[in-house]
Design a protein around this ligand. Structure first.
Ligand code: ADP
Ligand code: MG
Length: 587
């Protein structure tokens, strides 16, 4: 029993989020709360005294002393109230901060698969709404709950002391409370989860419409989208109203029980006072105490609903926190690793899902240090998948990919990525200054004067110089919009800025014309001599001079060799090449 209770406590959000880390604040807060609740006993007793004095032989000096006492008591109450607020509510904001940081940090370690499983809007609502609900539970929820419990410990003994018989009658109805609370809390829990889930769907919709606003407009979908959104919002309102029913019932039901107590008090207590069994002062004090019990009765309900919400939200946060980092750090990893640049794929097989088809089938490929290699092939042949594996954006089997002869799974992932300049197929830039974007991967404190040099190599220097604020220009929502080709070149500058040993370009010049692509390629070769260069492209003429060209089809390497060798084979490469040359001539 005790063990179960302890387990329950250790699993509760109050312990996990608040008490475990901020024990001191919890203890101080509880002490000041206990103090307030004990002090709370006194005002009705003081009034009882005053009423008894007034109904006997009135003495003004005694009344004055009592008033003085009253002031003293309220000052003490004020100080203690301030203390518990600071300790509970203040700390709840620290918990909020911890949780948000942990959530964000964890998300950063998760792999692509995770981000396919959860939509952006859903994750956003977990990171904001749900964390907010947890804070409400561990701050105000905990405070209210503790306060209510203390009331139950403090007030009943004093009224039993004043008159056991009267206490018995007035508190007759009280056992009803926990029973009703238990029934209602289940309903609240279920409906609240419904509401939060629905909110996630709304965030998703907003997020999709904002990021895809151009598509929405160009397909004239604004109206339809508005209608779908309206529908979603209506359902959200309905679900909230459904949740409001049990929530609104809690308070009145408890208050009703308490007021019934006061009615009983008037009848039975009144008769006892007339009979002289109790003094008038005791009757007045009783009334005050019963009124004071309204608060813990409603508070219990309120606290339960906050705790329910918080726990439901915590489960949604845990769901994400329990997502395993697919790329598991090993114990025996090499922390320091400065690769020369030899890459080897040894029988690499890969599929995105166990029940899906194989995307890469038995890939064997050795790229010596400093070799310029191109990977070509039709769309969907697995080129991006293959190069993504090198920086372990997707998980890799042990003993399948080696850099300088070292299995990449045994290299610390940060150390590995530090020397791989990877330009992914999809461009993404932050809404920050151009300079910040280019220096994104560069460790702070390093010499930053080379921004222009990297921009020049990536063939974007001149265009940046033409912008009014040059490298200081903000991108995206807060600033300028660049063309697709300009963005692609900035991402190249970003990859080059880390001075990588291995440069990987995944079809990242599709939006610039063939001539510019050729120039950038030459710039990279000239400025990064001896580095291993791996280029995925469909512009075959741009890679004519490469040391090796690998042709992929449906996850298999079908041809490899230099341009001259491949052309004579007259296979897939030849047909891709002639098609591309024709297109460039026509285009
Ligand atoms: P390429 O770069 O040659 O066009 P990809 O490596 O992008 O080819 O894709 C190879 C295959 O893997 C395609 O059939 C594609 O649908 C599939 N694929 C790519 N990325 C994912 C993913 N994240 N989840 C599931 N399947 C994927
Ligand atoms: Mg691709």
């Amino acid at each position: 029993m005790l063990k179960k209770l302890r387990e329950f406590w250790e699993k509760s959000i109050i312990f996990r989020v608040f008490v475990k880390k901020y024990k001191r604040y919890f203890i101080f807060g509880t002490i000041s709360l206990v103090a307030v609740d004990i002090i709370n006993i006194f005002p009705p007793l003081i009034i009882k005294k005053a009423v008894d004095i007034l109904s006997g032989e009135a003495d003004i000096t005694k009344i004055a002393t009592i008033s003085g006492l009253f002031i003293l008591v309220s000052i003490c109450q004020g100080v203690c109230r301030y203390l518990w607020r600071m300790n509970f509510i203040g700390t709840s904001f620290r918990c909020d901060y911890d949780l948000r940081m942990a959530f964000f940090e964890h998300m950063e370690t998760l792999s692509q698969r995770f981000f396919q499983k959860y939509k952006t809007g859903d994750l956003m609502s977990r990171a904001t709404n749900d964390i907010g609900a947890v804070r409400m539970a561990v701050g105000p929820g905990l405070l209210i709950g503790l306060d209510a419990i203390l009331y139950f410990f403090v007030i009943p003994p004093i009224i039993i002391y004043l008159s056991p018989r009267l206490s018995f009658y007035t508190f007759l109805l009280m056992p009803l409370t926990p029973f009703i609370a238990y029934k209602i809390k289940d309903v609240i829990d279920k409906r609240f989860r419904d509401v939060q889930e629905h909110f996630s769907r709304i965030s998703e919709k907003v997020q999709e419409n904002i990021s895809g606003i151009r598509v929405v407009k160009s397909f004239n979908m604004s109206r339809q989208e508005k209608e779908t959104f309206l529908g979603l919002c209506k359902d959200f309102m309905k679900k909230n109203l459904k949740l409001a029913v049990p929530q609104s019932l809690l308070g009145p039901v408890f208050e009703y029980i308490t007021y019934m107590g006061i009615i009983i008090l008037l009848f039975i207590g009144g008769k006892m006072a007339i009979d002289g069994a109790i003094t008038l002062g005791t009757l007045v004090a009783f009334q005050r105490y019963i009124s004071m019990m309204v608060w813990p009765m409603t508070a219990i309900g309120w606290c339960l609903s906050l705790l329910q919400r918080g726990s439901a939200s915590m489960r949604r946060i845990d769901e994400v926190m329990e997502e395993k980092t697919e790329i598991i750090p090993k114990d025996n990893v090499t922390l320091q690793f400065i690769p020369k640049g030899e890459i080897e794929f040894r029988d690499v097989n890969f599929r995105y899902d166990c029940d899906k088809e194989w995307i890469l089938k038995g890939i064997h490929l050795r790229i010596p240090t400093g070799q310029r290699t191109a990977i070509v092939g039709p769309i969907g042949s697995g080129k991006s998948t293959l190069v993504n594996m090198l920086s372990r954006i997707i998980p890799v089997n042990d003993q399948s990919i080696f850099i300088d002869g070292v299995d990449i799974n045994t290299i610390n992932i940060k150390a590995l990525r530090k020397y791989i300049g990877f330009v992914p197929q999809e461009t993404f830039l932050f809404s920050e200054r151009i300079e910040d974007n280019i220096l994104f991967g560069v460790e702070t404190g390093k010499d930053n004067n080379n921004v222009q040099q990297f921009a020049r190599i990536a063939g974007i220097e001149e265009e940046i110089q033409e912008l009014p604020q040059k490298y200081e220009s903000y991108l995206g929502e807060r600033g300028i919009n660049l063309s697709g080709g300009q963005k692609q070149r900035i991402t190249i500058a970003r990859a080059l800025a880390i001075q990588p040993s291995i440069i990987i370009l995944d079809d990242c010049l599709s939006a610039v014309d063939a001539r510019v692509e050729g120039t950038i390629m030459k710039n990279i070769l000239k400025n990064f001599p001896g580095r291993t260069l791996l280029v995925v492209t469909h512009r075959l003429p741009a890679i004519r001079g490469f040391d090796m060209i690998v042709v992929m089809k449906e996850g298999v390497i079908v041809e490899r060799g230099t341009h001259e060798q491949l052309i004579t084979v007259n296979g897939l490469y030849t047909s891709l090449y002639t098609k591309e040359v024709l297109e460039e001539r026509l285009g």
